[in-house]
Design a protein around this ligand. Sequence first.
Ligand code: HEM
Ligand code: NAG
Ligand code: NAG
Ligand code: NAG
Ligand code: NAG
Ligand code: NAG
Ligand code: NAG
Ligand code: NAG
Length: 534
Amino acid sequence: MFPLLTLSLSLATLTHAYIWPSPQLDALEAARFDQLGLDGEQLAGRLNPCDSFVFALDGSGRTNAADWIRTAWSDVATYDASAGTGGLDASIRFGEEQQRPENAGTSASDTFAVVTPTRYIGYADTLALMTTMAIENCGGPVIPFRGGRVDATEANAPGVPQPQQDLSSHTAAFARAGFSQTDMIGLVACGHTFGGVQHSVYPNIVNVLNEPNDADDVADFDSTFVTFDNNVASEYISGTTKNPLVVGFNDTTNSDKRIFGSDGNVTMKSFAQSPSLFASTCSSLFARMLDTVPSGVELTDVITPLPIKPAFVEFSLNNKSLEMAGQVRFWNQTQSQVGTVIMLWDDHLGGTGIETLKFFGTGTYKAGQVSSAWYGFNTSSPNTNKILNLDPVAGVERLRFLVNDQVQDQGGVGFAVQDAYMFSDTSCITLNEPQIGLVVGRLDVAVRTSANLTRLYIETSGSDAFGRVTVTETDITRPAQPVVPNPAYELWSLTVNSTFGFTIGAVVDGEKFSTTLGRSVNTNQWPACPGVLI
Ligand code: HEM
Ligand SMILES: *[C@@H]1O[C@H](CO)[C@@H](O)[C@H](O)[C@H]1NC(C)=O
Ligand SMILES: *[C@@H]1O[C@H](CO)[C@@H](O)[C@H](O)[C@H]1NC(C)=O
Ligand SMILES: *[C@@H]1O[C@H](CO)[C@@H](O)[C@H](O)[C@H]1NC(C)=O
Ligand SMILES: *[C@@H]1O[C@H](CO)[C@@H](O)[C@H](O)[C@H]1NC(C)=O
Ligand SMILES: *[C@@H]1O[C@H](CO)[C@@H](O)[C@H](O)[C@H]1NC(C)=O
Ligand SMILES: *[C@@H]1O[C@H](CO)[C@@H](O)[C@H](O)[C@H]1NC(C)=O
Ligand SMILES: *[C@@H]1O[C@H](CO)[C@@H](O)[C@H](O)[C@H]1NC(C)=O
């Protein structure tokens, strides 16, 4: 028996998005839904096209998508549901796990070589995201994706099933990880619609093949190993399969044969008969697999695309004038569908500003199948619309957008922005000693005097002993006699050193905020301070 599937898969039907802004959810949403094109994430490009393999020369016979999916499975398969340990926590990035025979091959070392964790998306979330995109972008179903995984600090106990083990060991290993026998059949079939077994890694399972475009001698699990489809099941049921774990020359290692046949072929027959049943089953099994996390880890809600989403909104004080720049994305829309975008903003004095935005560029999701249209604004750039004379006293509290005669403002709350503090471009270099690599600067931050700002600091990113991103806060104190560039703001300053990339943080009305743009002391960007020769 297999469970009745009622999962609704269209993203369009998932309406419970979050209220912007939320730094972590914004980052996850962007990584998931701004894959290529304008503001796309570099990692998504590695899955495009689906037959590419960036970790070796062309013609290796391997694919990126298969590598990510197997890496995720190797990470999850150590889960012990009763102890609440293991699961998707990126412990597979540690050499200790990679060197175990149960993880033979280079999938995990290949994939983690290109993962750079960020403040909001760690190793484990990146692995889950890449796996999700690999499946979705290469013909698979949409997978409901959650974020919030926590990166492990040590290897987990072993436990990844191996082909020479018997059926009862496999059933027990899946049960330990929280998956029933039917789930096991499904999950193995869903995973093994991609990739195959390599001779160099498993010489006792696969012989040298001498096939074109298969330098690594990969014996594929089905005839369409770069795309998701039910051929893994239909070829198995029709008896035409070449799956090396079904018809391998040594029956001891024919684990897929034992697993697929373990319920008398009932599940595999249903998959062979119905591509849509296979897709919906895999969607829910992959989601469960990726959401298998150690106890105590709390995942976010399923991330759905915000139909309209500002990004990179940044204020700065240009000597005395208030500048605002940013972008806004219209997801699953072309420029002609969106048409004219009018931005409205509420100020702190009860007034409203208005400006027509310029089209900025096109982004895409799902390897180009879904487009997004980006519009931009930048008060100080001649390339976007010049919003004249943004009044610093009035400031900007929240944005709304008028599109096709409809106000888009998250159901009335608007898109809240933060003008209580900002970079001031009076920031300057006080000392430049290139011979000893020393540049010292004075960072000026403009603080809105009417705002309830109780702390101001710079945030510098580093990493801990396990490669996880850390953020260090260095406080900026209010000077006794601050410079007052205009009636709304005063300047607070901090001496900062070279090679210093930082964002600026503040506590406003008891809540922590962080600017989106990293600033660095760079002699090309910051002028010399008055009276300083550099
Ligand atoms: C009893 C369970 C399983 C066994 C014994 C098993 C065994 C194997 C073996 C021996 C390989 C060849 C690796 C190589 O040559 O580099 C492989 C590849 C692969 N496995 Fe599994 N597997 C199992 C379950 C799963 C599951 C549950 C998934 C994902 C849901 C999965 C996904 C993959 C993928 C995508 C590949 C291809 C890797 C590539 O081509 O680079 N496997 N598996
Ligand atoms: C994109 O919008 C169209 C309607 O214009 C809808 O049919 C489709 O399902 C949407 N795509 C996604 C991935 O949400
Ligand atoms: C089949 O594989 C098993 C497990 O790897 C191995 O012990 C056995 O010697 C192999 N049998 C033959 C005939 O190669
Ligand atoms: C499952 O189907 C395959 C292919 O038709 C067949 O070879 C095998 O004997 C079947 N297994 C069981 C347990 O019915
Ligand atoms: C900044 O504003 C002050 C006061 O209006 C002015 O004297 C000064 O020239 C301005 N500096 C720059 C770099 O624009
Ligand atoms: C806005 O335009 C100015 C001038 O071209 C540029 O220096 C600045 O980086 C832009 N800001 C953003 C956030 O794009
Ligand atoms: C800048 O460098 C000096 C001397 O190396 C050091 O004492 C100081 O703490 C550094 N400042 C910051 C903000 O890192
Ligand atoms: C400023 O914010 C803090 C923290 O939320 C709050 O306790 C305090 O009452 C606020 N002060 C004013 C004047 O609103």
